[in-house]
Write a protein that binds this ligand. Structure first.
Ligand code: FDA
Length: 315
């Protein structure tokens, strides 16, 4: 792992740095390259542009670690708003939503209204219902390892009523190959990513090569299984390996999909789509872009000088 990655992920938790960085308007260079805007309108505009280019979309209303019921409710309302907008603009078949459970109450203490797990489940149910009515689906993002069990338990509950609900698994966790086996059944939608949080070595591979090897083992399980794998990576090697594994396991294009983040390797997104692959772009939007931005910078420290310049100019 890069030497800069760990300190940057620590910085992501610093309130002082957060305050400084968050005073930048979203239009400031680097933020804008990862987040198309702060409003439902900006998110649906970006969706329409990508759909016009033959890509699919998943929308993430930014926010995490909410410790406030009103804030969790506001996040649910934002999802309902964007789902309605997608439906009314005829975009719901091409765009789904991604939800971080900590943004809708998972981190709330047990003393509040039945506890975070229960609140997040009920809020997620509300979003799943709205997504179903709009004609689309929900995928649960995966956050740090302390939330994995709760998130997978919520997924199981949601899938009883909304079997189309998907979830993310992170290849850097030791447990993930086993989780892939559990979730590789028919109808199951699993988004496989490498993992973006700072995790201890007791639970996660630390070495980049070990993470990649785990990613390939997980790909094999998912592509050989009966579910719908969503291959979320920008890594050219992982994309190549996924394509050859898909042919080895007799998977036709469209029985799995590639996914990349908004603004990262857009040419590769287009190239894959032009070759007949299904490609979905993850679009984060909203005012709470700080944690997301820090994780992206931690993955690509080359962006830091660009970032520093946009902080100084503060336009
Ligand atoms: P890797 O980091 O090895 O990058 C490979 C190459 O991609 C780089 O060499 C570079 O060319 C390019 N690249 C990567 N990051 C870049 C950047 N920031 N800017 C410019 N170029 C870059 N994580 C998580 O923990 N929970 C989650 O729920 C999700 N959800 C999710 C959804 C989707 C659709 C994607 C694509 C990713 C996630 N992630 C995530 C993030 C994921 O875990 C991981 O941190 C990033 O995708 C980076 O890992 P790569 O597989 O891209 O490889």
């Amino acid at each position: 792992m890069s030497l800069l990655r760990q300190p940057l992920l620590l910085l992501a938790r610093s309130e002082k740095v957060k305050k400084l960085v968050s005073t930048m308007p979203v239009s400031a260079g680097i933020v804008n390259s990862y987040v198309p805007g702060e409003t439902t309108a900006a998110a649906t505009e970006a969706t329409a542009r990508l759909v016009d280019d033959g890509l699919l979309v998943t929308l993430d209303f930014l926010g995490e670690d909410t410790l406030d019921v009103a804030q969790a409710d506001a996040t649910v309302a934002a999802y309902l708003d964007v789902l309605q907008e997608l439906a009314s603009r005829g975009l719901a078949r091409s765009a789904e939503v991604s939800v971080k459970l900590s943004a809708i109450g998972q981190a709330l203490p047990d003393s509040v209204a039945g506890g975070g797990h229960k609140i997040a489940l009920e809020n997620a149910r509300t979003i799943c219902r709205a997504a179903r009515n709009a004609g689309t689906t929900v995928t649960l993002d995966m956050e740090d390892h302390t939330t994995t069990d709760s998130t997978l338990a919520i997924l199981r509950e949601l899938r009883k009523d909304f079997p189309e609900t998907g979830a993310v698994l992170q290849a850097y966790l030791h447990r993930t190959e086993a989780d892939c086996r559990t979730l590789a059944y028919e109808g199951s939608r699993v988004r496989l990513c490498k993992g973006a949080y700072k995790e201890p070595e007791t639970v996660a591979f630390q070495d980049r090569l070990d993470v990649d090897k785990s990613y390939v083992r997980c790909l094999k399980v998912l592509l050989a299984g009966q579910g719908y794998p969503m291959i979320a990576t920008h890594d050219p090697r992982m994309v190549e390996i996924a394509s050859s594994l898909a042919s080895r396991y007799g998977r036709a294009q469209g029985t799995y999909e590639f996914q990349m983040l908004y603004g990262i390797r857009p040419d590769e997104q287009q190239r894959l789509a032009a070759s007949g692959e299904t490609v979905r772009v993850y679009i984060p939007y909203g005012t709470e872009w700080y944690g997301y931005l820090m994780r992206r910078l931690a993955e690509r420290p080359q962006n830091l000088s660009f970032f520093a310049k946009s902080l100084i100019s503060k336009k």
